[in-house]
Design a protein around this ligand. Structure first.
Ligand code: VGL
Ligand code: ZN
Length: 208
């Protein structure tokens, strides 16, 4: 990477459950693994997130006896999409994917660990108020330029980018190092990110 030390690679939710074979597998999610491993070598600072839900989490369709992907509920903080059970705390599916190799990663941010609130974003829970602490960590360490990769583009990557911009960080999404859940939500998220000035690059621009 460049001589500046203000850059950080933020790797979103590269966990067993979100990659093929997992309970909420993102199509082609495993394609990001070799790219992210190479990117990691180019960043001094690497931070990971880990979706980390208690059993019976508000975002699980099974908690409500409803259908995953189809049904929603009205939570105190707004409409919540419902998902298959995923990334349950301490389960195998919640583990970082074993093919992810980022030995020098500084920090793992766990999110969505409260039963009644989901957290797509690495910065703020879905109530859009409760901080995960990541913004404070980045500011304390002078890390202002955040390069995003991982899954899912239309949820946790996208909402992290939106909140990151709103919190004053310089945000770039590494497009070939992300994958999303569904085309419609991916298109919608792309438009929202363009509207707030999130930058997009290909990994080759960093890897040379
Ligand atoms: C995610 C849905 C539910 C994600 C997490 O990582 O994008 N999506 N929980
Ligand atoms: Zn989740």
């Amino acid at each position: 990477m460049s001589e500046t030390t203000s850059e950080v690679l933020l790797v979103i939710d590269v966990q067993r459950d979100f990659l093929p074979g997992g309970s909420l597998a993102v199509p082609e999610g495993d394609a990001v693994l070799p790219i992210i491993n190479r990117l990691g070598e180019r960043f001094r600072d690497v931070i990971l997130t880990q979706d980390w839900h208690p059993a019976g989490h508000i975002s699980f369709s099974s908690t409500h006896g409803l259908r995953p992907f189809e049904d929603t509920i009205e939570a105190s903080y707004g409409t919540q999409t419902l998902w298959p059970d995923h990334t349950v705390q301490n389960s195998a599916g919640a583990e970082l994917h074993p093919s992810l190799f980022l030995p020098h990663a500084n920090l793992i941010v766990r999110k969505g660990f409260r039963k009644d609130v989901d957290s797509y974003s690495a910065f703020l829970e879905n109530d859009h108020k409760t901080s995960t602490g990541l913004a404070g960590y980045l500011r304390d360490r002078g890390l202002t330029s955040v390069f995003l990769c991982g899954v899912a583009w239309d949820y946790c990557v996208g909402y992290s980018a939106l909140d990151g911009v709103a919190l004053g960080f310089d945000i770039t999404v590494i497009e070939d190092a992300v994958r999303g859940i569904a085309p419609a939500t991916m298109d919608a998220m792309s438009a929202r990110l363009d509207a707030v000035g999130v930058k997009r690059i290909q990994s080759a621009e960093l890897l040379g």
